[in-house]
Design a protein around this ligand. Structure first.
Ligand code: CTP
Length: 413
């Protein structure tokens, strides 16, 4: 059956791009029904949008005829995905606060469907602490947020805040539509019909490590890597949504704790190992953290000072404990042990080698030679004893949802 989008157009100068977005979606065979906010109608007319969607364009909450015919709950019920594009700072703020004062915000509050927001606004509005706070809240609530583009804005300023080009939005929408319904990380309040699927990990304890570690050189300096923690946090969130009890041991990252996840914050690899050992037993452990492989052999108790010779003091490194390998060989090894492999070359052969070396059941391998570390998307290969599955590039929370579904399948076998 063809997929259906409910597109909410809010009022910004980029609203005109929603017309092109509808055209491209329809060309992909995706049906679009549109809702416009009052201010969106200042930028594009309901008539243009209606011609392109070949449907009525909804706008007024208090149009009783519309309420009787379809109802604001019914509008989102008929959609596979709700897309807010462009999403103004105003509608994002209303969503984060749960304000429902027009049709668009009311149906966003009333829906149990996945939601993708595509923000577009002036660069200073984008970087404003209030907007960033709202975005963090929305992400923690399981709403997808697409990063705006950088460039010249309609107001002649330069910076981040431009609506991504419609083909990029279509690609994001298609990736999200590919996520199995019921385990979508965004489906925070599942339909009753989905409850059984969503609770597939009920009664299971899932342990996740996430983020980088910091290995101190002296009280002000440390060794680390570019891991953002996004993939690990997304996996913890997806496992919690699937009904598991989730313990997440997180290195130093500022991401909000996903709903329903017990978070243990650590700094170093040694602290991470000890927190992981304390959290066991678990049914499944997913080691997503990018643990620093080495630490300073001799952590200085005071700040190291320049000695005037022009050369830094040599830094002697020693290897950190390999948490995955230690757990893989431990009597408390979880029934399903999953590692990640960050590689810049020969991704699958390296991952196969890690599977054996670390005693893991599965390795999720990714190529980190691009901007995966810190980025929002990931293309991974799932390496198991049964073979290799390569997944096309998708948002990190879609990778998480798919992996959690695989885990649920494996546990139910
Ligand atoms: N890992 C770990 N403890 C370490 C290093 C890695 O638990 N000290 C885990 C990671 O969480 C990941 C897996 O091992 O699940 C692979 O991590 P990766 O950094 O790709 O591999 P390395 O062990 O560092 O191997 P190499 O240096 O050969 O790439």
């Amino acid at each position: 059956m063809s997929k259906r989008i409910l597109l909410i157009v809010s009022g910004g100068i980029a609203a005109y791009k929603s017309l092109e977005l509808v055209r491209l979606l329809r060309r992909e065979g995706i049906a679009v029904r549109a809702v416009m906010t009052q201010s969106a109608k200042q930028f594009v007319t309901p008539l243009s949008l209606g011609v392109l969607t070949e449907d009525h364009v909804y706008g007024d909450m208090f149009d009783l005829k519309e309420e009787r015919e379809i109802g604001h709950i019914e509008l989102s019920r008929q959609a596979d995905l709700i897309v807010v594009a462009p999403a103004t700072a105003n509608i994002l703020a209303k969503m984060a606060a749960g304000i429902a004062d027009d049709l668009a915000s009311t149906l966003l509050l009333a829906t149990d469907k996945p939601v993708l927001t595509v923000p577009a606004m002036n660069v200073r509005m984008w970087h404003h602490k209030a907007t960033q706070r709202n975005l963090a809240q929305l992400r923690a609530d399981g709403i997808h947020v697409m990063e705006p583009d950088e460039g010249v804005m309609a107001c002649n300023e330069w910076g981040r805040g431009r609506l991504p080009e419609p083909p990029a939005i279509v690609a994001e929408i298609k990736a999200l539509l590919a996520v199995p319904r019921g385990l979508d990380p965004l489906a925070d309040q599942p339909d009753f019909a989905d409850e059984e699927r969503v609770s597939r990990l009920a009664g299971k304890h899932v342990l996740v490590t996430a983020g980088p570690t910091h290995e101190p050189i002296d009280p002000v300096r440390y060794i680390t890597n570019r891991s953002s923690g996004k993939q690990g946090f997304a996996i913890a969130a997806a496992a919690a949504r699937a009904g598991a009890r989730v313990t997440m041991v997180a290195g130093p990252v500022g991401l909000p704790t996903p709903t329903g996840v017990t978070r243990v914050d650590v700094e170093t690899a040694r602290e991470m190992l000890s927190a992981v050992e304390t959290a066991l037993p678990a049914d499944v452990a997913i080691m997503v953290a990018a643990v620093a492989d080495w630490r300073s052999a001799d952590e200085a108790p005071r700040k190291l000072k320049k000695d005037g010779a022009g050369a830094p003091a040599p830094l002697e490194l020693i290897e950190n404990p390999d948490i995955l390998a230690i757990i893989g060989a431990s009597p408390h090894r979880p029934g399903l042990l999953i590692g990640f492999a960050a590689e810049t070359n020969d991704v699958v052969p390296h991952a196969k080698a890690k599977l054996a070396k670390k005693g893991a059941d599965w390795i999720v391998a990714n190529d980190v030679s691009g901007d995966v570390m810190g980025g929002t998307h990931n293309a991974v290969h799932l390496v198991t004893a049964a073979g290799v599955e390569s997944w096309s590039e998708m948002p990190k929370d879609a990778v998480a949802a798919r992996l959690v579904e695989k885990i649920a399948d494996a546990l139910s076998e």
